[in-house]
Design a binder for this molecule. Sequence first.
Ligand code: T4K
Length: 403
Amino acid sequence: MASKGFIRLKTLAIFGGEPIFDRTLHVGRPNIGKREGFLERVNDMLDSRWLTNNGRYVRELELKLAEFLNVKHVVATSNATVGLEILMRALDLTGEVVLPSFTFVATAHAVQWLGLKPVFADVNANTHHLDPTSVERMITANTSAILGVHVWGVASDLEALADIAEHHNAHLLFDAAHAFGASYKGQMIGSFGGAEVFSFHATKFFNTFEGGAVTTKDDALADRLRHMRNFGFSGYDTVDSVGINAKMSEVHAAMGLTLLEGLDDVIATNHANYHAYRDGLEDIPGLSLYTFDEAERNNYQYIVVSNDEEQSGISRDVLVDVLHAENVLARRYFYPGCHQMQPYSNLYPDAGLLLSKTERLTQQVLSLPNGTAVFRDDIAKICDIIRYTVSHGPEITKLLAKD
Ligand code: T4K
């Protein structure tokens, strides 16, 4: 049965009609939490006149996160990118780091920023994670680390990557930017490999406006990271290493503490939304939703759809154009692949030759809005737009091509 949104779709912007949504739906609309709790903490922080530099809220957040993730050390940082940088620096990595190209460019930039060489390995077309066979192929005598990414909040192929890292005496690290609140075989992501790095950016499931954390079981590494994030200070006026300012401030931690209190509600919303998308997108030819293993803990934040153009008869980009015309700001995460961006496309112009799955995924994948700012009714309309667009693929493609 066609919904009202479906009928109005016939007058959608590309046909010169009114848009279905009178507000914009974003991928990455922040979850806010209970603002009274946040404001109370901010007032307290202002009263105490302690705003940053390992204040009580940062310390409390680190302890609560360590408990939640069941990991020994949580080192809060100003964002995940700098978290990755201090981590690789603290481990004295040299030479090459093998990582996926199918990730947000920050992962590659962190490697390049340190003067290391990012070596892009291909991903598995179904999981979107590093393909161990490709990783094995990319390892050389200069490889000092493998940097996996738990894309969409699902664990990478942990066992296979651990075997490869061990065999080649390389560090195994994870960019867990998407994976806060997720588990693998019941164990929370945060304690795998030598260390993992979370992002608490505003667009993430759990946010501190800007922020991140490095998590590890390794006492010496945690100690080094703590010094490094604070200019290398090891005491009141002693500096033991080169450092940077990677500190999280109190107001950021206050946001994190507030959101932690309401985390289950956010997960419940995301989970229900994920099911609504699953139902709404069912049986659309050529479209497949990235699914979560419900036996694990998931944050269900990323609603990721792969479009097989041969079956759907429409390109991912036309689909995204139509959604944008209807105020649904679907994102092409991740497009282009890191290896197709600067400086990597100049530095490694042939990288794509061994990244066929990555290149295909970057043409197929789109992310849809989720989180507490998206409602069931919105999802029904978004799915109607997608269903209608796919079923009129050739006409709509032709129409858009005229512009
Ligand atoms: N590794 C991975 C795998 C990552 O995905 C990321 C970050 C990192 C590492 C690095 O983490 P951090 O150093 O940032 O902690 C956004 C985020 O800025 C970035 O953190 C995130 N990944 C990436 C996937 O998404 P953009 O350039 O796409 O952001 P932007 O400004 O286009 O915003 C995305 C959408 O969110 C827009 O539709 C607007 C909406 N939005 C955004 C903000 C900030 C809001 O509605 N409200 C807001 O406050 O990178």
